[in-house]
Design a protein around this ligand. Structure first.
Ligand code: PMP
Length: 461
């Protein structure tokens, strides 16, 4: 252990291994390798305990939309702490930050949304959604409308309901999931599942799975359909352009609620305030989190449309809520964050400036011999790594190549995430042109080194 370093790596690694269980991690493997200790963040840059400067291509975990280290947030949080650091919103009480944030959200959300229910995270938001949509139908005298349709390989959180709505098999395998009343249908992932169909035909087919599921289950049994505008954790799955219009048509014909999970796609990621606006859908509920506070403090919520809110007014008590629903300090951080996003025109910047700039360079990575597809919408992108780019065949080994590429990327001081053999980025919305160039340079270097290693191992087709 060095004493001169303020953050001695070995010290933190040892204590981390001894006392800290990490999310979504193989504890033994992680501890054998040792964690990377992140000590500072500024803009799109992270610094680790070894002094490396790392480009944060994932905006933390899809959340740091305004970039790291903005003093405005720290000041707003400080000010609020000095006023009142905590009070609940349960028993006929409220406080200015919760009210101001609710009003601010109303001002940026699509017209049908005038109300918000606050939570502490995206997962809690989706648990809230399950109880809300079922309560909605029960209040309307239709208690049998209970089933929520979601999609395979979707991600909606890690709580019992969130993970059940999600379509991740490895999550269902642990802890007795899914809970009853959740039905999963196909995802619009043309690259992996489109077979011989054109992307447009596949998009229509995948959307029509929704109609077929509603018919098979019975419309009188189905409460809602939940979907991410673009699946994030599933692998930045950008649906074929026919998908959302076909879903919208099916939803118009059926009496079920539509929930757009905006936890990643909300707050500018796709160049609109919400992903549903980007795709022209009209949700009844929108779970939100992440970009709501840019991750500076934990906060989430559910945006509730007038249609749903008016029915809930008839329910009487909605027996649901969290100690930290509308936490005043988290709300103050969210207000300061949304003010930055609005005043610095970060949403417009993704639509007209840095979005198109990075997209053009990212899509050009499709020419690399290791890349089968390079896609990006707004500031969410993926690269499909394949052994032979003339086909969409995958590498053997179920995601090992993605992990190899992710490790090489980290060594090159670029955070990219691997979902199976898809490499993912979702950088802060403040990314400059120079930083975008650097991201592409590091991604290219990473692809070259991964490719060389795979060739050495005889794995390229
Ligand atoms: N919904 C989506 C679409 C997400 O991406 C996530 C988190 N990655 C969640 C819900 C869950 O959010 P949290 O981790 O804040 O509980």
């Amino acid at each position: 252990m060095t004493v001169s370093n303020k953050y001695p790596t070995a010290h933190y690694r040892a204590l981390d291994a001894a006392h800290h269980l990490h999310p979504f991690s193989d504890t033994r493997a992680l501890n054998a390798e040792g964690t990377r200790v992140i000590v500072k963040g500024e803009g799109v840059w992270l610094t680790d305990s070894e002094g490396n400067r790392i480009l944060d291509g994932m905006a933390g975990l899809w959340c740091v939309n305004i970039g790291h280290g903005r003093p405005e947030i720290a000041e707003a949080v400080n000010r609020q702490m000095a006023e009142i650091s905590y009070y609940n919103t349960f028993f006929k009480t409220t406080h200015p930050p919760a009210v101001d944030l609710a009003a601010l959200l109303q001002s940026v959300a699509p017209a049908q949304f005038n109300r918000v229910f606050f939570t502490g995270s995206g997962s809690e938001s989706n648990d809230t959604v399950v109880r809300m949509v079922r309560t909605y139908w029960a209040t309307l005298g239709k208690p049998d409308k209970q089933i929520i349709i979601a999609r395979r390989n979707a991600y909606h959180g890690s709580t019992m309901a969130g993970a059940s709505l999600g379509g991740m098999k490895p999550m269902h395998a642990q802890g007795g999931l899914p809970i009853p009343g959740i039905h999963h249908i196909a995802q619009p992932y043309w690259f992996d599942e489109g077979g011989e169909m054109s992307p447009d035909d596949f998009g229509v087919w995948a959307a029509e799975e929704l109609g077929r599921a509603i018919d098979a289950l019975g419309e009188d049994k189905v409460a809602a359909f939940i979907a991410e505008p673009i699946q994030g954790a599933g692998g930045v799955i950008i649906p074929p352009r026919t998908y959302w219009p076909t879903v919208a048509r099916i939803l118009k014909e059926r009496d079920i609620l539509f929930v757009s999970d905006e936890v990643i796609c909300g707050f500018g990621r796709l160049g609109r305030w919400f992903g549903s606006e980007h795709f022209g859908t009209e949700p009844d509920l929108m779970p939100i989190a992440k970009g709501l506070s840019s991750g500076y403090l934990p906060i989430g919520g559910v945006m509730v449309s007038d249609k749903v809110a008016h029915v809930l007014e008839e329910t009487g008590d909605f027996n649901h809520g969290f100690t930290y629903s509308g936490h005043p300090v988290a709300c103050a951080a969210a207000i300061a964050n949304l003010t930055i996003i609005r005043d610095e025109k970060l949403v417009e910047r993704v639509a007209d400036d840095i979005g198109p700039y990075l997209q053009a360079k990212w899509r050009a990575l499709a020419d690399h011999p290791l890349v089968g597809e390079a896609r990006m919408e707004g500031l969410m992108g993926a690269l499909e790594l394949v052994p032979d780019k003339r086909s969409r065949r995958r590498f053997e080994g179920d995601g090992k190549v993605g992990l190899l590429c992710r490790d090489i990327s980290f060594r090159n001081n670029l955070v990219m995430r691997a979902t199976r053999d898809s490499m993912i980025i979702s950088p802060p919305l403040v990314l400059s042109h120079d930083e975008a160039d650097e991201l592409i340079r590091l991604a290219t270097l990473t692809l070259d080194q991964t490719h060389a290693e795979l060739k050495r191992q005889g794995l390229m087709g």
